[in-house]
Design a protein around this ligand. Structure first.
Ligand code: SF4
Length: 262
């Protein structure tokens, strides 16, 4: 039975946890009590393929519990807008992209409008997202390619989508998964890469090999949701510099060397 002081402290910690890290839109308050962190050496590493499978099932179950409805945070009305937003999101926050796209799509409502736009003007319209010259070139190139090769419809398979300027695997997986519900792969952004390494789901550094490892270990019908869940998890809990291990529901499964024990 916790003492009244314990209860008060727990409440304080919960409020501190939610209050200290303002949530972005679409993020969910995690009401997980703050606890002392299990040292990495005390967390058993899986010894067999069956152990690994069981551990991954537990990780997925926890992610389902805390982020049951995780989805893409980029605002969009159709697959084309999502493709443009995803191109803009490279090295930029989704929040910033969501501030830029309403004006961009109001000014250029159709794919044709962007195909015929001046690169300099588009670059200026998207300046605040960074790398604006490259992004403007990609967006205009994507519009021209989709109009010329695919009749103005965003392709619904990864082979064709990868031929569109600005659409590398991450972008293609976001568009296929979110706009069409097609499980073409696992989105590997900076959060998914970092957390896959911390959770020992991969030993690779490059996104292509990380994705290959995840596609082997995560059931295919989970690829789309898993990516979104891990991105939310990386923004709210397993953050880059100082992961919030004391509030992390995956602590009993995590033997990352850089767990924060304080
Ligand atoms: S926050 Fe990250 S590093 Fe810390 S316990 Fe959770 S998964 Fe492991």
């Amino acid at each position: 039975m916790p003492s009244p002081d314990d209860v008060r402290q727990n409440l304080f910690d919960r409020v501190r946890y939610v209050g200290a890290f303002p949530m972005a839109e679409n993020e969910i308050a995690i009401a997980t009590p703050v606890h002392s962190v299990t040292p990495p050496k005390k967390v058993p590493k899986p010894k067999s393929a069956a152990d690994r499978k069981e551990r991954i099932s537990k990780i997925i179950a926890e992610l389902d519990r805390i982020f049951p409805d995780a989805t893409c945070a980029l605002h969009h009305g159709n697959a084309w807008e999502l493709l443009v937003a995803t191109i803009l999101s490279a090295q930029c926050t989704d929040e910033r992209v969501n501030k830029v796209t309403p004006g961009l799509f109001a000014k250029y409502p159709t794919m044709e409008d962007l195909a015929n736009a001046s690169q300099e003007e588009v670059a200026n319209d998207i300046r605040s997202t960074g790398f604006f010259n490259n992004k403007a070139r990609s967006i205009i190139g994507a519009a021209k390619t989709i109009l010329r090769k695919f009749g103005g419809k965003v392709p619904q398979n990864i082979e064709e989508l990868l031929t569109v300027p600005g659409a590398a695997r991450k972008t293609a997986n976001v568009v296929l998964g979110t706009a069409f519900g097609i499980t073409s792969g696992v989105v590997v952004d900076t959060h998914v890469a970092r957390i896959s390494q911390r959770l020992d789901l991969t030993k690779n550094d490059d996104p292509v090999n990380i994705e290959r490892d995840l596609m082997k270990s995560i059931p295919q019908d989970r690829w789309i949701l898993f990516s979104h869940q891990v991105i939310h998890f990386g923004r709210q809990i397993c953050v880059a510099r100082k992961p919030r291990c004391a509030s992390c529901p995956l602590d009993p499964l995590c033997y990352a060397k850089d767990k924060t024990l304080a």
